[in-house]
Design a protein around this ligand. Sequence first.
Ligand code: AAL
Length: 424
Amino acid sequence: MRLFAILGSILIFTISCTQSETKKTEVDEYPDGFPYGNVPREKPNTPMSAALERVYDGTYAGLENHSNQLFSRFKYTPLKGFDYGKKDARISRRDASKVIKANGKYYVWYTHRNTPTPPDAEAGNDTIPSRDWDLAEIWYATSEDGFTWEEQGVAVPRLEKPYPGWRSVSTADILVYKGKYYLYYQAYTEMPGGAGRGDDCPVAASVSDSPDGPWTPSNKVVVENGPEGTWDQFIIHDPYPLVYKDKIYLYYKGEMGGNPRVRAQGLAIADHPFGPFKKHPLNPVINSGHETALFPFKEGIAALVSRHGLEHNTIQYAPDGVNFEIASITSLLPIAPGAHVPDAFVDNGNGRGITWGLCHFRDVLKVGGDSQSYSMLARFDCDLSLDLNDPEMKESDIFNDSSINFKFGLTTAQLKRIKEALHE
Ligand code: AAL
């Protein structure tokens, strides 16, 4: 009898708490309207629009940019030590790797093209590059401060036929694993864009005991193109290895075809640097972007998603390294960022984020009636770090000089369309 009485009183107490909880949630905390001043940190009980719901229930990593550890603007600085003085489209440097620190200095690897002519999509042949990254090699440079670099020359040359990479090797990234250094790169066995195909290639790799080489090639494809009819059947670009959950997580860009092309990011996982790499069953894991740029952040992985796609110009986060959500929306993201990721290979579940790296800009030289394109490396800085608090980097309102905006003017056809519409 006594037991029933005790159980009955517990039941009554529980019901009354629930009712008081319900009662609490029924009261509108802001009957006069959403409050002035600091945005409430906890989701208040008050009627909300979809936009306000997203502030609390969305995937943003903060309630506003200054408190969002995964929001940053980006600032750019020209580099010293490359021969940029002599603007020459026959020489190009682009697609920087992650920056690592070794032997007391910074190292970066990048695509280096030095060809007798600038790229020409129509005239490409054994000596004329069809693209800025065609007939290229992987070079490297070192720096004491990340601003002034010393170009060291070739790390991975084009391979001998028939090995993958004999046409061109480009867009390298670095993995430091169990005391060895691994470079992954796009390994072309045909001219990019040749024979009516696209920028098709797989990924190969080379290994060294030192960041200064010599590098021994795998002489085989390490990350295969997907099976016929699958999203990454033609293109495996921008290989980007991290060490995560005791494995090698290699993110890469694929293209789902379509017109315009839909670019997306995939993930391939391996226990050993030369594979076998197993593609993640949920690929593609990011639905937008162009070059891959990711970094360990807290227990997960964050990504800079630039240039293309529905979710371009976002910084995304996946607590499991696979299921990415938008953490913030930003602008003027670095092109082909190779961030300095101090803990890229540490795999301690406590990723600290990034504050700088290298990227590239594509410049076009007007030579006679020609437009000749080449790329140059630059430095970017940001605050996507748990160990930095730089409010200036949390500003989203970037004022451009009017000349920059006027540079992106209407085309002749657009102006014609607008003027014709006046007389409709
Ligand atoms: C880059 C990267 C890959 C592409 C080309 C060179 O930005 O996406 O490397 O193949 O463009």
